[in-house]
Ligand binder design. Structure first.
Ligand SMILES: *[C@@H]1O[C@H](CO)[C@@H](O)[C@H](O)[C@H]1NC(C)=O
Ligand SMILES: *[C@@H]1O[C@H](CO)[C@@H](O)[C@H](O)[C@H]1NC(C)=O
Ligand SMILES: *[C@@H]1O[C@H](CO)[C@@H](O)[C@H](O)[C@H]1NC(C)=O
Ligand SMILES: *[C@@H]1O[C@H](CO)[C@@H](O)[C@H](O)[C@H]1NC(C)=O
Length: 325
């Protein structure tokens, strides 16, 4: 008669090749212990804000090069408004000097990121977790890239988010259930069932503004993250960073988001999945006014993508156009 410890050993031994065959991703990309610890700490219940204090916007910069527009952002974050915001930066590790590129900005522990890979989702989750832990007054979490610019002043942006009666504290993220490429994108991923049936799979904006409640949902999530952190089967058309957040939020809290992003992006004439990148000759007061306007009841607060050479013309129109609301 076979003893049960022997059976267990035999089963383990026999299933090992099967496991290697079926789950190379699971075996070879173990979840990073420091990331897990960070997400766990950020998801734990902690003090909520004092209602009497002014709530803040956490600006989360997800960058993989220098923050070219830091002089523009520095003007945006001018010293008189320090009670309205915090700034967190996730930079590509090799270009991370101590401190941040401008006063009051902080680098958070980061790891390399690359396009169309789960590393961008992980970086956004790290930023959200760091901001949740750092300040209970952070009530909105705005994810931006180094190619983003502000379209309004900080006081306008803060008022728009916190004093707008038409959308009592909802997240601003595009969430689409119909897209010509959605099915191809779903099947470019390792099997998503049973956690994410195709009917729940969404696409949306890579840059967004989340409420604190949704930020907590993100750092608490293990179920979908364990699916989305697996590498794509084919790089085209996969783009996990355009799916994870819209899918998670539409599954967890379908009515908690406006379904609209406040970051304007121009997809006209896009190539290779990149939106139109504005160049210096295109910068004008009229462009800023055009970019602010939307066809919905919302205005745009930020825009992308801008080439580094746009800094000078943007700085020239900043005082009289961008920061004059
Ligand atoms: C970033 O800026 C630093 C200092 O200004 C410079 O030395 C470095 O070459 C820049 N890196 C990139 C990738 O532009
Ligand atoms: C979401 O909104 C729709 C339409 O306004 C409503 O019918 C539905 O009950 C809401 N669902 C939840 C979970 O609040
Ligand atoms: C969007 O980009 C196209 C070029 O691809 C340009 O012609 C158009 O003016 C841009 N639209 C806006 C609103 O800037
Ligand atoms: C608004 O609608 C017009 C006409 O459909 C379209 O050309 C334009 O691109 C839209 N603007 C935005 C910001 O979506």
């Amino acid at each position: 008669m076979l003893s049960s410890p022997f059976l267990v050993t035999l089963t383990l031994f026999l299933s090992l090749p099967l496991l290697l065959l079926l789950s190379p991703h699971i075996l070879f990309s173990p979840p990073d212990a420091d990331d897990l610890a960070l997400f766990r700490r950020a998801a734990a219940p902690h003090t909520t804000s004092h209602l009497s204090s002014t709530p803040k916007i956490a600006f989360l910069f997800l960058t993989n090069s220098n923050l070219t527009f830091s002089p523009l952002w520095e003007t945006f974050f001018s010293s008189s408004h320090t009670h309205l915001f915090n700034i967190y930066i996730h930079a590509h590790p090799p270009i991370q000097p101590p401190g941040g590129p401008f006063p009051r900005s902080r680098f958070i522990p980061s790891k390399p990121t690359s396009r169309a890979s789960p590393s961008l989702i992980a970086a956004a989750r790290r930023l959200i977790a760091a901001a949740l832990l750092h300040d209970p007054l952070n009530l909105y979490f705005a994810l931006l890239s180094q190619h983003c610019i502000p379209l309004h002043s900080l006081p306008f942006t803060h008022n728009y988010l916190f004093k707008n009666p038409t959308f009592p504290h909802r997240s601003f993220i595009e969430i689409l259930s119909h897209d010509p490429n959605l099915e191809a994108r779903y099947f470019a991923r390792p099997p998503m069932l049973p956690e994410v049936p195709f009917s729940s799979f969404r696409v949306g904006s890579q840059f967004f503004i989340l409420t604190r409640r949704h930020a907590r949902i993100v750092v608490r999530d293990r179920r979908l993250w364990n699916k989305f952190r697996l590498p794509c089967l084919t790089p085209e058309p996969c783009y996990p960073e355009e799916h994870y957040f819209p899918t998670l939020l539409s599954m967890e809290d379908p009515n908690g988001s406006t379904g609209f992003t406040l970051t304007r992006v121009n997809w006209t004439g896009s190539w290779d999945g990149h939106p139109h990148t504005y160049t210096a000759p295109e910068i004008s007061p009229e462009l800023i006014h055009r970019l602010r306007h939307s066809n919905s009841s919302y205005v745009y607060l930020f825009a992308r993508k801008f080439a580094p050479e746009c800094l000078q013309p943007l700085m020239e129109i900043a005082p009289d156009v961008i920061f004059r609301d």
